[in-house]
Design a protein around this ligand. Sequence first.
Ligand code: PBG
Length: 338
Amino acid sequence: MSADSSRDHSRSVETPVVRPRRLRTTPAVRRLVAETRLHPAELILPLFVREGVSAPVPISAMPGVVQHTRDTLRKAAVEAAEAGVGGLMLFGIPAVQDATGSEGTNPDGILQQAIRDVVAEVGDQVVIMSDLCLDEYTDHGHCGVLAADGSVDNDATLERYAEMAVVQADAGVHMVGPSGMMDGQIAVVRTALDAAGHQDVAVLAYTAKYASAFFGPFREAVGSSLKGDRKSYQQDPANAREALRELELDLAEGADLVMVKPAMAYLDILRQVADLSPVPVAAYQVSGEYSMVEAAAANGWIDRERAIMETLTSIRRAGANQVLTYWAVEAAELLRRR
Ligand code: PBG
């Protein structure tokens, strides 16, 4: 602005020469200049499979999402593959939980059976991934085993993770997702996989995972018994720097992909990680992010489909290469219709 125009109040509006609106005038021009494009192949669908149920069990806090039977899981996997979704992240819900999460390392445990089922069904078309964590399997609901004083024992938990990794890889999974935020987990999982001859099984590291209220609905989804919180192992929402430290460590320990989680409240973290990471960066649009939009849409407060696509676009724009989302199939179908 010139010094003149600020003084001359009789001429308060100048005719603009630069008009950014030109590139917003028509759908065709907007499409031409869009910087961020979503594609079904980069979407990853989380799926829950529950032992011992004969019909899918709805998750009330996540309308539209269910705990699958082995049979309906297979069908959901086929549906996702047909929609062009790039990956499936499997979570198992065992019939029995105990202190050490024994079912997590049972070769015939529900998750291992589900991996075998889904790999046989769609393993050629879609990347099959499994959650590598104990919270679904422990009766206290923590992501690890407990020390005598009730704290989560980092190094004893690592031993369990090593065993889990091998059992999941033996079942045929393509990629494991250690999500427990134990120190050293990526190195331990990588070493265990290699020692068992699973050099080609990749590790999707949950690198920056925050102790978030947005995981709330997931607790119902996996029948978690957690009392208390995960603040002694998941990151403090107030902190950004430690995410970069976690990134450095996970890379040094052999992570093939890294992840930021949750997504929407942590887009700044996602951007910082994306700017530094030499490996692909995933983001997890978690249960609470899903449920917020679904609840607002159910009340008629928000345009559901637009909100879904806007959140996914924002996550991609912030730097995610892959997005885990409960809307993966629906979003893939919406993208195809565009
Ligand atoms: C831990 C795990 C959690 C989620 C994915 N893996 C829960 C937690 O850390 O408390 C949350 C996913 C979501 O909220 O959608 N196994």
